[in-house]
Unconditional design. Sequence first.
Length: 677
Amino acid sequence: MDKDRARERIEELRTIIRYHDYLYYVKNQPEITDSEYDKLFAELRSLENQFPDLITSDSPTQRVSGEPQKEFKTRQHTIPMISLDNAFEESDIFDFINRIKRFVKRHIDIDFVVEPKIDGLALELVYENGLLVAGVTRGDGITGEDVTANVKTIKTIPLKLMTDDPPPLLEVRGEVFLSKSAFQMINEQQEEQGKPPFANPRNAAAGSLRQLDPSITAKRPLSAFFYAPGMIRGLNVSTHFEFLQKINSYGLKINPLVKTVKDITEIFNYHRYLSDIRDSLPYEIDGVVIKVNSLELQKELGETARSPRWAIAYKFKPRQAVTKINDIIVSVGRTGTLTPVAIFEPVDIAGVTVSRATLHNQDEVDRLDVRVGDYVVVERAGDVIPEVVKVLKEKRAITSTPFKLPDKCPICGSKAIKYEGEVAIRCTGIDCPAQLKERIKHFCKKDAMDIEGFGDKICDQLVEKKIVKGIEDIFYLTMGDLFKLERMGKKLAENLLNSIEKAKKTEFYRFIYALGIRFVGEVTAKKLAETFKNIDNLINAKEEELKSIPDVGPVVAKSIFTFFSEEKNITAVKKILSAGIVFKENEKVAGFFSGKSVVFTGTLSSMPRGEAKKLVEKQGGIVKSSVTKDLDYLIVGEEPGSKLDVAKGLNIKILSEEEFIKLIKKEEENKVTGRLL
Ligand SMILES: [Zn+2]
């Protein structure tokens, strides 16, 4: 395709993709399937790859393009983002309206716009001639943080306004938030990674938006509603409600519950209505915002030093209660995390009886200084699990003692330890029933023991029906055992037994990886296999020895050492091996990358990453994910990330995609012509 044709098609594709983004993310009414969308996107990306000078910042492909930053730049708001006054009682609303009437000194009918108060993070977007040029947090109201690169990753936010006639300047304010389900998902991930969970969706949204690396923000399903103007040039609207409709027509999402009301009775009804439905909304709200609808009247009313006179936030009553902690128990998660859980006198909070709340981890217990017997304030936010927010220390018994998590797993009795850099304490037992499902799934995985047919459902059943009580039992399964599973026929059972037989011939590193020792991924497992050659050497390795292996830091060494200091872990390992496991020889694959490590950065134009990885492995290399000083080669595709700079700084050998492909071709030809003979 020549460049002019490409330019036309690129423009066309961008318009189509923006339209479908709008339908999908803003309107929730997609018109095409995901795969049709992916096709359009792939076509755009490939044309832009062919003609990189046609890439513009508003292209849908440019949502995640920023490099990690060291710190945020700041940016001053053209008009300060001042906060609203809060109202808690009906009488506060009467006062608010009477103040307005006194101020204007004449009798007029006043329309109001009412909207849910989203519990998120305030954000200002700046569009110049329809293009998004900046996203800025509220900050101190005068100056905020420039989070433009992160804002671009939020799919509900248009990079270009959907109008042929955009105002020259549109500053628009809104709230970035996470849905309740996204919040729970992110907290589960945090806990799995040993990081502290976020206390509420607002903190999680703030933590996600204020990431120095936009690629992390891109993974968080942030959303946004817009509700207020900043500085605007070239937009003719006379009411707030009109303004909202206008920006909505540009592709900016507004809350569907926004409406106009005529008097105080309607305001109270709306407040009551939202208070009733708040649990059923997919996002957190904490009140109602009431605004004078007429923009002229807003201007006349102006603002005090603190807040506008024409708007107020009418908060819901906090959903809190005081109760007594009867016990703090320890639950063990599916990845072995020990979590303290407060059990309290059942108490009613806004219609829901609650009797337990997670205390997350030892750090959180220490921060609250919460103890058995304490009286505490418990808060429920939406349908999110209740939280202990405060300890009433004045009511504490003198005899109370601080709570400490045990150093043994309450389920299986194995050592429980805390690794450096993590807040969680984890059980190290291979046979821990709490972790068994996850361990078995990991053990059977393709890149671990590769036992075909042992998907999540079969693994779950094997544990639930107590057929498998430890990972070693997998290799001793019989036809009779398998027949106890649901929907199990003779053919399927035979296939499963065959997969088990086949998996017995494997590589040593796969076996090490399959054990699921914390922090031991594929790359570390390969290093361990190379270094120790057999299981006895590995079992008997001293912590110091482990630490001296390249890529095995003190934390990883401690984890491996602790694992093999548990007698029953060794018993399980030996039992698996004595089922007839045979390791293929740990011969080094001869090839260009033999014994070398390789990292990829950027997009490869000639093949997917996975394929390139296989080529490197065929040539005896190990593919890693991050650049360290021990790295041998960095292979660079299009739009390389920050890894390139890091590698240059460390004097690591850099190969372009072309060089890499030439090299592989040459190696393969040499093989054919028998150079290795
Ligand atoms: Zn355990």
